[in-house]
Design a protein around this ligand. Sequence first.
Ligand SMILES: [Zn+2]
Length: 356
Amino acid sequence: MFDPFSGSYEAARRRFREAARAAAAPLERHPLAGRGPDGGELTVDVALVGARNPRRAVVVSSGLHGVEGFFGSAVQLAWLRRLRDAGATVPGGTLVVLLHALNPFGFAWRRRTNEDNVDLNRNFLADGETYAGTPDRYDGLHRLLNPGTPPPRLDAFRLRAAWAVHRHGLSVLQNAVATGQYEHSSGLFFGGREAAASTRLVRERFWSWTRAAEEVVHLDLHTGLGDYADYRLLIEPPHVPDLGWYRSRFDAERVVPVGDDTPYAARGVMGAWLARHPGPREYRFACLEFGTYSPLRVLAALRAENRAHHHATPGAAAYGRAKRELVECFCPASGLWRRKALGRALEVIAQAVASG
Ligand SMILES: [Zn+2]
């Protein structure tokens, strides 16, 4: 049976390209610096399906948070295969743009971040905004989050983090750590010192990928936040005034505005940058976010992997353990999780494509 989940970035990219060719979709490849673990090239691949002169475009992007590409890429591949095998079509006047592996380094090396430890969804700061600052409580948590040693086999971090949550509340901890920081370059949720190559690529090319479509709907695939195998469409501040539109197109109960509370509002997110630079277009954006495990397990996995990346060697047991747990936290191996999450993602894309 066809399984759209791939075991590596290299396999995922090859299958994405093959499926795009089979669907006769024009394909672009944009090489970025660096190499994968097998020495292979790292590229962002773009497939365009549908109208040459579209009135509307639906963009589905994957892997902005590298390791989340294991899921996002599977969704894109399954969507392309349905087009070929199940006779699914794109309505007239509509273009579907698939952006595959926006952070190919993180996907290939099983990291959330890119080659400079940059969280790309904290890297799209507004023009003139400086890459500086940390959230109020981050500095106090820096040493707890980013120890300068390889991860041990048993780690009391989840206990200590649970205590911090008990004292301050989960939303306080999430806000403190996850909204983005610009001071600790080897720390978690580091937003970078300048616009990264992936960021520049999106900023420069995004509106040429959507051709001259006047209406653009953009779904950016993410995992790791929310209930197991369930999803939410997270609507970030620039799009919140338009909430009614999202509620009328998608499952209204799953459309959730992002605010000061959980889910937290982060700095430098891609959708907000594009919303500020839409040209003459009507641009709508949602993070399509699928839950996996508890926030503490996910945070512990991010922390252990970041520790292993900076302080362990790729051959070390601690390194392998940290990578496996990170992949599990962002793309669980469970067949049930994969079937459910994949089915739901395809449903949401179908709603976006049909909503013209
Ligand atoms: Zn993400």
